[in-house]
Design a protein around this ligand. Structure first.
Ligand code: GLC
Length: 542
């Protein structure tokens, strides 16, 4: 297999797979996924052949010691692996074996806050004069015991927790068990630098930085302006509890630190991302990448997707590098967002889109087999957001149910009692079955990914839409010096004719990949005929 664009850094070239370790594979029968489970399935992710998914990197959602109030996003020791997942030696072995298969390993650092059981916080809350008091955000009550301001927490309720022992409030953007660090304190920043160095020295290739634009809050703790919204949190414009100007100097420092270790990368998860923020936060001397989640909120229509893509392209410009995801552990699964009889056909159209856009695609475990949100009865809800907002919002458990590997006992995920219910559809929808079926979503993902790996245009070419106002489907070009790739996608269940707004640079096209092999690029003219939900990818040498 010829690999295209060897000259690009790996994090621009590759596809990155998000593993939610609790739900990936359980190696010791305790019902929770672990590092041993990941190790056992590395070949699935990349064995060097198109029989595997062909991933270039894996991102592990947090595996650090944690009391798991927010399932690992509340860390009590950044330098230790939680025993639920294994030990440091297991992680070393995972890194070694992933590297052997040409895959990088990215860890997930939640640095906006720690667990309330982190020794830093325990020390900080011990007394007002504790040397670590200022490591967190402590404030006096206002008259009549009111909290310092009206800031709300993302998971509901006010963002200030009263601490009777020292008679002050502390700030928590998420749960009260997740107190926010004070990033203005230089000692905090020093400690975080040490954490990053610890892992870089152990050989990890980078970090996903949780809520990366929330590190600082307004010095004066001013109230946010009002706007209409469903929940109290949504009824504020978050100008004072996120996106503070100090971020840029932190990103510059992190970039320098990480680049000091060579070919590494940091990808930020922005809270309320926008194309403009991506431009502000990424690039030389800033973060390598930051997620654009705009595709996730698009309705199923081509115009919505095109608008989101063009907004990102315009904001970042040709030198900027987009970073897209269609799913993650926080949002409903794609097949559940666009449900119905044709959901799996849509999953293929979406896969083709994700993997042929300019930029780095991230793929959340289970999306490659077209997993649905799993049913989680009320009594089994674990996610704090689900507990609080059920039935208005069932929480994030449904998108975190175990990955079904087979139709065998425990779906091949566990020999024990799974931590979240296994989606009952596992008998018909599982990795083993989809591996064998050439028409499955998984087989389609594999073909797309390996084609992407071989194509310079898809790796690094420019992006150009061919239809100004798409109504039934998208058509766009990816152009590099060596080749042009034309991608045409029919979003709907009727055949369509996509009328292009411009002449194509060539009429010599070869069909390379799609949902309907045998339909050929001869149909290319000023218009393109597509079958229902057809994905058609054509290539032309220059
Ligand atoms: C991020 C994570 C989410 C977590 C939150 C708090 O948004 O993706 O899972 O609950 O941060 O750390």
């Amino acid at each position: 297999m010829v690999e295209a664009s060897e000259s690009l850094p790996w994090w621009k070239r590759g596809v990155i797979y998000q593993i939610y370790p609790r739900s990936f594979a359980d190696s010791n029968g305790d019902g929770s996924g672990d590092l041993g489970g990941i190790l056992a399935h590395l070949d699935y992710l990349n064995d060097g052949t198109p029989a595997s998914l062909g991933m270039d990197a894996i991102w592990l959602s947090p595996i650090f010691a944690s009391p798991a109030y927010d399932f690992g996003y509340d860390v009590s020791n950044y330098n230790a692996v939680d025993p639920l997942f294994g030990c440091l030696a297991d992680l070393d072995e995972l890194i070694r074996q992933a590297h052997q298969r040409g895959m990088r390993v990215i860890l997930d650092l939640a640095l906006n806050h720690t667990s309330h059981l982190h020794p830093w916080f325990e020390e900080s809350r011990a007394s007002r004069t504790s040397p670590k008091r200022d490591w967190y955000l402590w404030q006096d009550a206002r008259p009549q015991g009111a909290p310092p301001n009206r800031w709300q927490s993302v998971f509901g309720g006010r963002a200030w927790q009263w601490d009777p022992a020292t008679s002050q409030f502390y700030y928590h953007m998420f749960l009260p068990q997740q107190p926010d660090l004070n990033w203005r304190n230089p000692e905090v920043r020093e400690e975080i630098e040490k954490v990053m160095r610890f892992w870089l020295e152990r050989g990890v290739d980078g970090f996903r930085l949780d809520v990366v634009n929330a590190y600082f809050k307004d010095r004066q703790f001013r109230d946010n302006p009002f706007r209409w919204g469903l929940r109290a949190y949504d009824r504020q414009v978050h100008v004072y509890d996120a996106d503070q100007p100090e971020l840029l100097s932190v990103y510059a420092g992190m970039r320098k630190l990480v680049d000091g270790y060579g070919d590494r990368m940091v990808v930020g998860e922005p809270l309320f991302g926008s194309p403009e923020k991506l431009r502000r936060y990424c690039g030389e001397g800033r973060l390598h990448l930051a997620f654009n989640f705009d595709l996730i909120s698009c309705g199923w229509n081509p115009l919505a997707f095109q608008r989101a893509i063009l907004a990102c392209e315009q904001a970042l410009g040709p030198e900027g590098w987009p970073c897209y995801a269609l799913g993650n552990h926080d949002v409903a699964r794609l097949v559940s967002r666009y449900p119905g009889r044709y959901a799996l056909e849509r999953a293929k159209v979406a896969a083709a889109l994700l993997l042929t856009l300019r930029g780095t695609p991230f793929l959340y475990q289970g999306e490659e087999i077209g997993m649905k949100n799993g049913p989680v009865p009320r009594g089994k809800i674990l996610d704090p957001a689900g507990k609080r907002y059920w039935p208005l919002y069932p929480g994030r458990d449904p998108m975190r149910t175990p990955l079904p590997w087979s139709d065998g006992p425990g779906a091949g995920f566990t020999s024990g009692d799974p931590w979240l219910p296994i989606n009952p559809e596992f008998r018909s929808l599982n990795v083993a079955r989809e591996m064998e079926d050439p028409h499955s979503v998984l087989s389609f993902y594999r073909r797309l990914i390996w084609f992407r790996r071989s194509s310079k245009a898809l790796n690094s070419g420019s992006f150009r839409s061919l239809i100004k106002n798409p109504s039934s489907g998208l058509a766009y070009l990816r152009e590099s010096e060596e080749e042009t790739v034309l991608v045409a996608l029919n979003f709907y269940r009727h055949p369509t004719q996509l009328v292009l707004d411009e002449d194509l640079p060539t009429s010599q096209w070869e069909w390379r990949l799609g949902t309907h092999p045998g339909c050929s690029g001869q149909r290319v003219g000023k218009s393109l005929r597509l079958l229902p939900h057809e994905v058609c990818i054509l290539q032309s040498a220059r």
